[in-house]
Design a binder for this molecule. Structure first.
Ligand code: ADP
Ligand code: MG
Length: 260
């Protein structure tokens, strides 16, 4: 059974898409079968793995609004072992179209049911809001990975996210767990970054990944070439650290399985 991880934080620009794309690609590089689900109307994860939005006629919209199965919409990427369910701007209307529909929060979960056996990991890139698209993701997921940018107001807004997670646990998905908190875009030259690390670790303790993503020019460039960092520049610091993160995610999963 594949593990479903939602990458969520309602703040924009904290590294959700970068982390979803690169964690997926690194897991695939380590020989796991991975499905990346783009559920953000901006479709940045889709183009980040080299899928041209102009070339596709089906996307996550058809899954959520028209009940298509995940495997009817997913497409292979240039990365071995990695498929993607793309998102196009069509998705922007979905949140409103879903409002009057039955079981509107469980549509993604149902659509993924037929695919969990096929993949080792399903990674969902959430939009920067706590609306129906993110709710669908949290309802479908086994766990949430929360990217937190190493900046002054890092923790601001996280209580809202944690509150939403608690509500989902209570009403929609009682098994939802926090997978981990990922510190992103660290500028090691400043003290501020180190202070933020301390602060986030005080709050989330052992939920914070040891892998901390530095600000890295190559990570910022890779999306414009339609490639994850592991193929764009496998020798870069960015590739190293996302590979370390992928190993942590695998090890955490194994530890939990041993405990159960
Ligand atoms: P989100 O999905 O949370 O909105 P993104 O992953 O799209 O955030 O990141 C926002 C911007 O910052 C993008 O332009 C991305 O390329 C860039 N970026 C993200 N992480 C890094 C990093 N570690 N180093 C350099 N640039 C980064
Ligand atoms: Mg994004």
């Amino acid at each position: 059974m594949g593990k479903i991880i939602a990458v969520a934080n309602q703040k924009g620009g904290v590294g959700k898409t970068t982390s979803a794309v690169n964690l997926s690609a690194c897991l695939a590089h380590l020989d796991y079968k991975v499905l990346l689900v783009d559920i953000d109307p901006q479709g940045n994860a889709t183009s980040g793995v080299g899928v041209n939005k102009a070339d596709i006629d089906r996307c996550i919209y058809n899954v959520l609004v028209e009940d298509m199965r995940a495997d009817e919409v997913s497409v292979p990427t240039t990365v071995k072992n990695l498929d993607v369910i793309p998102a196009t701007i069509q998705l922007a209307g979905a949140e409103i179209e879903l409002v009057p529909t039955i079981s509107r929060e469980v549509r993604l979960k149902k659509a993924l049911d037929s695919s969990v056996e096929k993949y080792d990991f399903i990674i969902i890139d959430c939009p920067p809001s706590l609306g129906l698209l993110t709710l669908n993701s949290l309802t479908a997921a086994d766990s949430v990975l929360i990217p937190v940018q190493c900046e002054y107001y890092a923790l601001e807004g996280l209580s809202q996210l944690l509150n939403t997670i608690r509500l989902v646990q209570k009403h929609l998905n009682k098994h939802l767990m926090i997978e981990g908190v990922l510190l992103t875009m660290l500028d090691a030259r400043t003290n501020l970054g180190l202070q933020v690390i301390d602060e986030v670790k005080k709050y989330f303790r052992d939920k914070v990944y040891q892998s901390i993503i530095p600000r890295n020019v190559r990570l910022g460039e890779a999306p414009s070439h339609g490639q994850p960092i592991i193929t764009y520049d496998p020798k870069s610091r960015g590739a190293d650290v996302y590979l370390d993160l992928a190993k942590e995610v695998i090890e955490n999963g194994e530890r939990i399985r041993e405990r159960n």
